[in-house]
Design a protein around this ligand. Structure first.
Ligand SMILES: CC(C)(COP(=O)(O)OP(=O)(O)OC[C@H]1O[C@@H](n2cnc3c(N)ncnc32)[C@H](O)[C@@H]1OP(=O)(O)O)[C@@H](O)C(=O)NCCC(=O)NCCS
Length: 376
């Protein structure tokens, strides 16, 4: 049985996904090409050695359409013999790309694979690829913001608790930025106007707890989910280079982590956002580990209610959960987030000298992904 290792991992800063946002001047293909090039440069590997590029995009229309992964490989100047595929596991896309890459390596089909994702939500808003008429399904699908409200109701979370969680996310992200924790994982990008973007733009430094408390519910009048305790609309890209033991030996690569276990689950598509609970149970079982053995956990902050429901079920040591803030603070560029969280997870394991890391994400239409890494 082969194993799959992470060799390099890099992300752009995360821009606010609105007109005037820091990364809005970039086309999605440009951001993707930048991180693909950088993942290879950091590994000091010849681009022509890459067997495949697997790319997550959640809204694959307009300038994010036409197999963005393949266009990014060409834009990056790689030899045309390097192929690419674009996938859509909705918010889990960037994490699913890593899973597929690892699985290709584990199967013995490939030795060097780049996995990643891009989303420029300032270019293609969520839902731009939705059909005009939804198929007749046996479920009454609702907007994810309504599902976030259902989560809060089911786990009896009040506005104060959700806002406090969100506030802490900003404080943690601010602390990480001020102490340079993200510096080596971020590829600074220089805009056409000469300005170089180096940090995640959405983080409020410092956050304003009073203003957060004043915000109106975003999805239903008497609701508890607001712009402050939901993830932000964002632009970014991230890439991870994975390798087999054969490639590591052949090209003298230095592995940073091993992919220990992967899983994806389906959950109720209306409640939609509780999938990280069964996904976490399943991935821990596959790895033969308990949550106590995990040093760092990244659970995507799609909404504060998602993380707090998960925490209620597992009662983890909270200092290990999203220790440097999450998507509420730095944003959620949907197709890229799964890869971004893994870049963060790996770097945090290295920073604290931890061994195991767990990543899990809720996904639209009721799914969830989970991965366990072991730092080398
Ligand atoms: C919640 C949501 C609808 C809010 O969108 P929006 O109204 O465009 O958000 P904005 O960033 O403009 O914020 C609205 C207001 O809240 C304020 N605000 C946002 N976060 C804040 C914070 N942490 N502290 C204080 N104020 C905050 C903004 O400054 C703005 O105030 P203003 O009107 O005075 O300028 C949007 O972020 C969203 O859809 N998030 C979820 C995305 C999603 O579903 N992703 C997939 C997950 S499954």
């Amino acid at each position: 049985m082969s194993e799959a290792f992470i060799i390099s991992a890099v992300r752009t800063p995360i821009g606010v996904g609105k007109p005037g946002g820091a990364l809005q001047p970039f086309a999605p293909v440009e951001l993707a090409a930048l991180v693909i090039q950088e993942a290879v440069r950091r590994a000091e590997i010849d681009p022509g050695r890459i067997d495949d590029v697997i790319w997550g995009v959640v809204t694959p229309v307009g300038d994010q359409g036409a197999n963005l992964g393949r266009l990014a490989v060409l834009k990056a100047g790689f030899p045309f013999k390097v192929p690419a595929v674009t996938l859509n596991r909705m918010c889990g896309s960037g994490q699913q790309a890593v899973h597929f890459a690892a699985q290709a390596i584990l199967a013995g089909d490939m030795d060097l694979v780049i996995a990643g994702g891009t989303e420029c939500m300032s270019h293609q808003p969520l839902g731009a690829d939705y059909p005009a008429t939804w198929p007749d399904l046996p479920y009454n699908l609702v907007h994810q913001g309504i599902s976030a409200e259902m989560m809060a109701e089911k786990w009896q979370q009040d506005r104060e608790t959700l806002d406090e969680y969100a506030y802490q996310s900003h404080l943690r992200a601010m602390h990480a930025i001020q102490n340079g924790y993200f510096d080596s994982q971020i590829l600074p990008v220089t805009r056409p106007d000469g300005r170089t973007v180096t940090v995640d733009e959405g983080v409020r430094m410092p956050p304003d707890r009073q203003k957060m408390a004043m915000l109106k519910p975003a999805f239903k009048p008497e609701g508890v989910t607001t712009a402050g305790n939901a993830s932000q609309i964002s632009d970014a890209a991230a890439a991870i280079l994975l390798a087999s033991p054969t490639a590591i030996g052949k090209h003298n690569l230095v592995p940073r982590a091993r992919i220990v276990a992967r899983t994806v689950v389906g959950s109720n598509p209306v409640l939609m956002l509780d999938g990280p609970i069964p996904a976490t149970q399943q991935v821990l079982k596959k790895a033969g580990l308990s949550l106590d053995e995990i040093d760092v956990i990244e659970i995507n902050e799609a909404f504060a209610s998602v993380v707090l429901a998960w925490e209620h079920e597992f009662q983890p040591d909270l200092s290990r959960v999203n220790p440097n803030g999450g998507a509420i603070a730095h944003g959620h560029p949907v197709g890229a987030t799964g890869t971004i969280l893994m870049v963060k997870l790996l770097n945090e394991l290295e920073r604290i000298g931890g061994r195991y890391g767990l990543q899990t994400m809720c996904i639209g239409h009721g799914m969830a992904t989970a991965t366990i890494l072991e730092r080398i």
